[in-house]
Design a protein around this ligand. Structure first.
Ligand code: HAM
Length: 416
């Protein structure tokens, strides 16, 4: 009797062929601009001490209060699967003393993140991010560069229908001034217990309440943008000037609330038009108190996290990437044993010069092999029989036009 199948846990995103090729392309497109800007890889554990996220991300956030995968390990330690990358990156910067060297510390990372959210299209319990962090300098030009690196990633995928929203959450002084008036305003509202508790931990969180009645109430609340200190305002003006100079357009969204508590100063989100409710394809900002909160020195930082899953959905929605881009250059059909040896040699040589080559395995006859070639989508096909082996001349067939040309084995790479 057949055994019952075991399925993936609910709500995880996973990528298998052929779609995994598109995923790979999207992830690589998002990483490449960071490398070009001098960011260096950090490969970190997917689980950390739970305290890291409680302190780093903030207990008032949904991410920490409702969505963490937390468990006790065999040594009775509280462990959490990382819900985001910044806290772990900062932990590693402090632990390895990277902040004692040249500043800014510029790192990138890519991997799986875990949030126990209600699964839906574009919202998963295991999802993928590419992120960067630039730690140690307040220079507004870094804010602009970080945003530009994210934007370049989305452009490299070919995305067009997204917008960039930016705001400033100000420095401690700005937020303190705003908090006084915001708390005054909140005290006039009739809130349920859970909401009051969140407000007492971080009143800004109420701007992020998804309920319509709360949205209406909060539409009259004082906004932080009106309380920016001179330093914060000047910094933000410079960021905008740099973005203008780079030709990166943006929309000011003073009501933006990010789902993580560490943000200060410049804060931003990339929103895609075609993704419905899960439209945030990336976001980030400054986090001037985080390093100190995690036991390090008082250094500022800024970074982003881009959603690889959502960027892929966006690319598919825009129709900008298709499988045709990722097919092999050549499919070789060897007829017989000695032809197989030759085919393996040719394939090895061509791969050395960067051509992608597949071989028809399994001795399925010419007809079966042609079918396999067709299915693979390869651009060109050659048949390698006795005649071709003797003459060293092949018929290189273009699979989309059906036209074949004669080429010698030695000139195959050039012909491709
Ligand atoms: P975040 O906005 O929470 O920021 O996540 C960044 C991106 O990850 C989102 O814009 C979204 O595309 C994707 N994402 C988040 N949750 C899910 C989910 N459940 N399913 C699919 N995609 C998701 C951060 O995580 C910060 N660490 C970014 C950052 C870095 N800020 C400063 N440095």
């Amino acid at each position: 009797m057949a055994r019952a199948k075991i399925l993936a846990p609910k709500g995880v995103s996973e990528y298998v062929p052929p779609r995994s090729r598109l995923f790979e392309f999207v992830r690589e497109s998002l990483i490449a601009p960071a490398r070009l800007a001098g960011y260096q890889l950090m490969e970190l554990p997917v689980f950390e001490d739970t305290e890291l996220f409680k302190r780093g991300v903030g207990e008032s956030t949904d991410v920490v209060s409702k969505e963490m995968y937390t468990f006790t390990d065999r040594g009775d330690r509280s462990i959490t699967l990382r819900p985001e990358g910044t806290a772990g990156a900062m932990r590693a910067v402090i632990e390895h003393g990277l902040d004692r060297a040249q500043l800014p510390v510029k790192i990138w990372y890519s991997g799986a993140y875990f949030r126990a959210e209600r699964p839906q299209a574009g919202r998963y319990r295991q999802f993928y991010q590419v992120g960067i962090e630039a730690i140690g300098l307040d220079d507004p030009a870094i804010d602009a560069e970080v945003i530009a690196v994210a934007d370049a990633g989305f452009k490299a995928i070919g995305l067009k229908r997204y917008r960039l929203e930016i705001t400033s959450l100000g420095d401690a002084q700005s937020r303190a001034a705003h908090k006084v008036d915001l708390m005054k305003f909140i005290s006039t509202l009739d809130l349920d217990e859970a909401t009051s508790l969140r407000a007492s931990i971080n009143p800004l969180r109420l701007f992020d309440d998804k309920r319509d009645e709360m949205k209406l109430l909060m539409s009259k609340a004082p906004i932080l943008m009106d309380y920016l200190s001179v330093t914060s305002r000047t910094h933000f003006e410079s960021v905008k000037t740099y973005l203008d100079a780079l030709g990166i357009s943006y929309i000011l969204n003073p009501r933006m609330v990010r789902g993580l508590d560490y943000y200060t100063g410049t804060t931003f989100e990339f929103v895609h038009e075609l993704l419905g409710s899960q439209s945030g394809i990336g976001g980030g900002g400054r986090y001037d108190g985080l390093m100190h909160e995690l036991g390090g020195q008082e250094l500022s930082g800024i970074g982003f996290g881009l959603g690889v899953d959502r960027a892929l959905l966006a690319a598919e929605a825009e129709g900008v990437i298709t499988q045709e881009r990722f097919v092999s250059d050549l499919f070789i059909i060897p007829l017989g044993d000695s032809a197989m040896i030759r085919a393996l040699e040719i394939a090895t040589d061509l791969r050395k010069v960067g051509k992608s080559v597949e071989i028809a395995f399994g001795d399925r006859g010419l007809k079966g092999a042609m079918k396999a070639a067709d299915k693979s989508g390869a651009r060109y096909v050659v048949v390698l029989g006795d005649e071709e082996m003797t003459s060293s001349v092949l018929q290189l067939k273009n699979m989309s036009s059906g036209i074949a040309i004669s080429v010698t084995i030695a000139s195959l790479a050039d012909a491709l």
